[in-house]
Ligand binder design. Structure first.
Ligand code: DLL
Length: 439
């Protein structure tokens, strides 16, 4: 079921016409109201009037995170501050935080987009939704909250943390849809098992999980553990928050809400669009945002477009799950690897729990990559021969699938720190003088 079927399933031709009108309108607004865009466009000799088709987008200058940082806090807003009713901010793990502002209209459209997300996951007004994304400056909590209310579902604003209470509420309130990060869904499952609660027996039937990369194997593990359909949802604060793209129940790529966001995939080095279906950096241009429109915003997320039409009937194109960020990419002896690709391999192997961390160290001029992974609680951790055999197998599987040689260290159950929000998969100890950087 679609929340706005006439929009989500509109013929491509009409959609493209709408996109062009909205693009021209947005470019005009940012040129008139945001000094940074005006300077960029003028410097590039870019003439707004020359935009007569969507193909002209490639001539527009890019926007990067540093542009938002330099305009901190309100410099990129395209409306006077009195029209802004809310701000959110990005997590700031990779530098100074950035601030994004929403007008009343932005909040309204965002609620629709998130209602689309739940509906695409199979939810209706009859559902009971537990929102476990953090409420606050992070867009996850309030975004998921407003969308659920817009759908008409019963919305439980728990926010993150206190995992035992999450399980209690899940059980007592008859929750049918869970909204949180995939790694937190795992922790909820694990905690429930410790409390003697079998989530598979509860009415819970779907999860809308996102905000961090996760692999197909992790999806299967969560679906199995919780007895649900797990749906991947994607977004970023600079563009709007969650609600930019989401899977439908076909679980084969995330439909981009193209009537509000234009997507491009570019080569991160040449910045030229890649041929359809090839992997590259995702770039978004907002088409309806008022508070802080972004033009050709480089997300640093890596994905590709999925070819063909979806059986669900939505006409919006799909992007493949984001498998990593350019800043999280590891270069192991010349081979590019994302933590989520390592995860995909680990989770296929019996005896290994779905909890891991990638530790980066430096030996002389060489970077060393070691994967720490937990064994399952029933694994005999004191049997050296069994441990060594499992370790060898993991190394060999990673080598055969990813063609890289990485160290593997098996660790005891529960020794890797659990996360209530975005999991920290990479621990960078290459510059210990700085105490290591936790990403
Ligand atoms: O994480 C918004 C969000 C909240 C999305 C709840 C989905 C659910 P930021 O904190 O600005 O916003 O972080 C955005 O998180 O550029 C990606 O690198 C990553 N990310 C978000 N969703 C996914 C996903 C929110 N489904 C950054 N798969 C993005 C992989 C994701 N990575």
């Amino acid at each position: 079921m679609a929340f706005q079927p006439d929009l989500e399933m509109m013929p491509r031709e009409r959609l493209e016409q709408l996109e062009l009108e909205r693009l021209r309108d947005t470019l005009g607004r940012v040129y008139a109201n945001v000094p940074l865009y005006r300077a960029k466009f003028d410097e590039a000799g870019f003439d707004l009037a020359s935009v007569t088709s969507l193909a002209d987008l490639v001539r527009v200058p890019f926007t990067v995170k540093d542009d938002l940082r330099s305009a901190y806090p309100y410099g990129m807003f395209a409306v006077p501050l009195h029209e802004i009713v809310r701000v959110h901010s990005s997590s700031g793990t990779t530098g100074q935080i950035t601030v994004v502002g929403y007008t009343r209209g932005d909040i309204d459209r965002w609620s629709d987009l998130m209602a689309r997300t739940y509906a695409a996951a199979g939810a209706t007004a009859d559902d009971i939704v537990q929102v476990t994304y953090g409420y606050g400056l992070f867009t996850g909590g309030l975004g998921a909250h407003y969308g659920s209310e817009r759908l008409g579902a019963l919305t439980i604003p728990v926010s993150g943390g206190n995992t035992k209470r999450q399980v209690q509420i899940l059980k007592d309130f008859g929750v049918t849809v869970l909204a949180c990060t995939p790694s937190y869904a795992q922790l909820i499952g694990e905690t429930a098992a410790e409390m003697g609660v079998d989530i598979r027996e509860l009415p819970l039937r779907a999860g809308v999980f996102g905000a961090e990369p996760w692999s197909e194997n992790m999806r299967r593990q969560i679906e199995d553990q919780l007895g649900i359909k797990a749906i991947d949802i994607y977004g970023l604060s600079e563009v709007i928050g969650p609600g930019v793209a989401a899977e439908c129940t076909e679980q084969n790529g995330l439909h981009v809400n193209e009537d509000h966001f234009l997507i491009e995939i570019v080569d991160p080095d040449t910045l030229k669009p890649v041929p359809d279906g090839e992997v590259g950096e995702v770039v978004f241009t907002t088409l309806t945002k008022e508070g802080i429109p972004v033009i050709r915003y480089r997300t640093r997320d890596i994905s590709r477009m999925v070819a063909g039409e979806c059986d669900c009937g939505r006409t919006f194109r799909r992007m493949q799950r984001v498998f990593g960020r350019t800043d999280d990419m590891l270069i192991v002896r010349g081979v590019n690897v994302f933590p989520s690709q390592i995860e995909q391999v680990l989770m296929d192997i019996p005896g290994v729990a779905p909890h891991y961390q990638v530790i980066l160290t430096r030996e002389g001029a060489l970077d060393n990559v070691e994967v720490h992974v937990e064994v399952t609680p029933d694994f005999a951790f004191d049997e050296i021969r069994a441990l060594e055999a499992l370790q060898r197998r993991l190394r060999a599987e990673i080598m055969s699938v990813l063609a890289v040689q990485v160290g593997v260290k098996l660790v005891e159950p529960k020794s890797i720190q659990r996360s209530e929000g975005k999991a920290k998969r990479v621990v960078d100890l290459r510059d210990v003088s700085k105490g290591g950087i936790l990403r």
